[in-house]
Design a protein around this ligand. Structure first.
Ligand SMILES: [Zn+2]
Length: 300
């Protein structure tokens, strides 16, 4: 019987495919830029990656991580940053390409969380929020030891927790979401608006360099972003009674710049007794968490 699971990770700019062994290790991984054009051209990229990965033999099933929104009841995806795919029937397409095995779909935030829980910083946590702070802010939930999809598969969209009722407009159509303060480009923009003399094309990475060099505005931008993330975490933890939050993504890579002010702010926001033991840890798997977690969907 086949032991490997085929995993796909569908994002706005790239599609990745991998083979995951029963211990959660990636034994094959490849990625390609998402083709521009129409839905079929994007699918052709995914199909090529599937064919390549399947050259090694049969698999026991397929797990798909996709940028959201997704629609679990219909098996379709409409990623915000992949406009070619609107209600694209990814589950049916993959099932036709890899017939005779189960195919499971999950949000990319949920899959990152499952990956970290299987092999990374989330091991052993039964009430876990996994999240990414990068260009956007996303996440996924494990509750009572099981992945929590919600009604349509979109539970865990923590980037759109409102932390400033009078805040800036957000890409989701709302305003004041944590993503409008802590998303990498938004932090860089805030710093520019407050006098940071940024190099051309500068983003969160350059902002982190400036903060590490002692630039006061850059440090404030990180403190502001971290405080917004802490407010969101305290809110979600109070609702879901969490024990651990694992944070990955580009902005989280700046380490203490994000985590120090975040832990400090969290201590002041998370006042309830049952939140005293809430831990926040950096993610361990990096970019491969989505593929590893997609494979974990088969067992969830
Ligand atoms: Zn939003």
């Amino acid at each position: 019987m086949a032991e490997l699971t085929l995993a796909l990770d569908i994002g706005g700019t790239k599609i990745a495919a991998g083979l995951v062994d029963p211990d959660g290790r990636l034994v094959h991984a490849a990625k390609k830029p998402t083709a521009e054009g129409d839905a079929e051209r994007v699918w052709a990229v995914a199909e090529e990656l599937i064919t390549e990965a399947m050259a090694g033999g049969p698999v026991r099933g397929v797990g798909i991580a996709s940028a959201g929104p997704i629609d679990l009841p219909t098996g379709t995806v409409s990623p915000i940053n992949l406009t070619e795919w609107q209600s694209f029937p990814i589950v049916d397409r993959v099932a036709s390409a890899v017939p005779g095995v189960p195919v499971r779909l999950g949000g990319d935030g949920l899959c990152m969380t499952l990956g970290e829980r299987w092999r990374g910083a989330g091991r052993g946590a039964d009430f876990l929020l996994g999240m990414v702070v990068s260009t956007g802010v996303g996440g996924g939930l494990v509750l009572d030891g099981a992945p929590y999809d919600g009604r349509t598969g979109n539970a865990g969209h923590v980037g759109h927790v409102v932390v400033d009722p009078d805040g800036e407009p957000c890409s989701c159509g709302g305003r004041g979401c944590v993503e409008t303060i802590a998303g990498g480009p938004r932090m860089a923009q805030w710093a520019r608006d407050h006098g940071w003399e940024a190099p051309a094309g500068a983003d969160a990475k350059e902002l982190a360099d400036a903060a590490n060099a002692g630039d006061a505005v850059a440090l404030n931008a990180f403190r502001r972003g971290a405080t917004a993330v802490a407010a969101m975490i305290a809110s979600v933890a109070a609702v879901c009674d969490l024990d651990l939050v694992v944070i990955g993504g580009g902005v989280a890579k700046s380490g203490a710049l994000l985590f120090d002010p975040l832990r400090e702010a969290l201590a002041s926001y998370a006042g309830l007794n049952f939140l005293r033991g809430l831990r926040v840890a950096p993610a361990e798997l990096g970019g491969e968490a989505g593929l590893v977690g997609a494979a974990a969907l088969l067992d969830g």
